[in-house]
Write a protein that binds this ligand. Structure first.
Ligand SMILES: Nc1ncnc2c1ncn2[C@@H]1O[C@H](COP(=O)(O)OP(=O)(O)OP(=O)(O)O)[C@@H](O)[C@H]1O
Ligand SMILES: [Mg+2]
Length: 135
């Protein structure tokens, strides 16, 4: 599945259902941890696009790509925002326990717990987060 998600709140609200239906077709069951991870990453992508483009954000869709390889589901979420500054990436230097009671900054650390692999790539005109989850 490769879809372009317009950065509009109404669309973002519906996307979890699309993802669930697709995962059900792809692998026969719906891994709730994976659905959660994809949700968090799409929200981050949406927020980054809004930060950069404000009321023009709907012209800069998020790309969602999902495929299954053997027993692994691969997901890539690419937005057209400014990318993530290295120091803001909590993955390598923070523990979820440290931020558990904060109201922000928990998303990526929770995603890390939910998946088998996560990586980030600043591309020319986009920012890509890739995750892998074994079935
Ligand atoms: N796609 C992205 N593009 C640019 N910056 C990003 C992106 N995803 C995450 N970030 C940066 O990394 C920070 C941490 O993301 P994380 O999801 O862990 O927390 P958050 O979005 O701030 O809060 P929440 O707990 O609600 O998810 C964000 O605040 C943002 O600065
Ligand atoms: Mg977040």
């Amino acid at each position: 599945m490769n879809i372009q998600i317009p950065c509009k709140e109404m669309v973002i609200e519906q996307i979890d259902d699309v993802v669930k239906s697709f995962l059900k077709c792809l692998s026969g069951d719906v891994d709730r941890r994976l659905v959660f991870a994809i949700h968090e990453l799409i929200i981050n992508a949406f927020e980054a696009t809004l930060r950069k483009y404000n009321d023009q954000a709907s012209n800069y869709p998020i790309n969602l790509y999902i495929k299954m390889e053997e027993n692994v589901i691969l997901v890539e979420i690419t937005d057209q925002g400014d990318g993530m500054a290295h120091h803001l990436n909590p993955i390598d230097h923070k523990q979820l326990e440290e931020v558990l009671l904060q109201d922000r900054g928990r998303g990526l650390l929770m995603v890390k717990k939910m998946v088998d692999k996560i990586s980030f790539l600043n591309e020319g005109k986009g920012f890509k987060v890739s995750i892998e989850k074994r079935r």
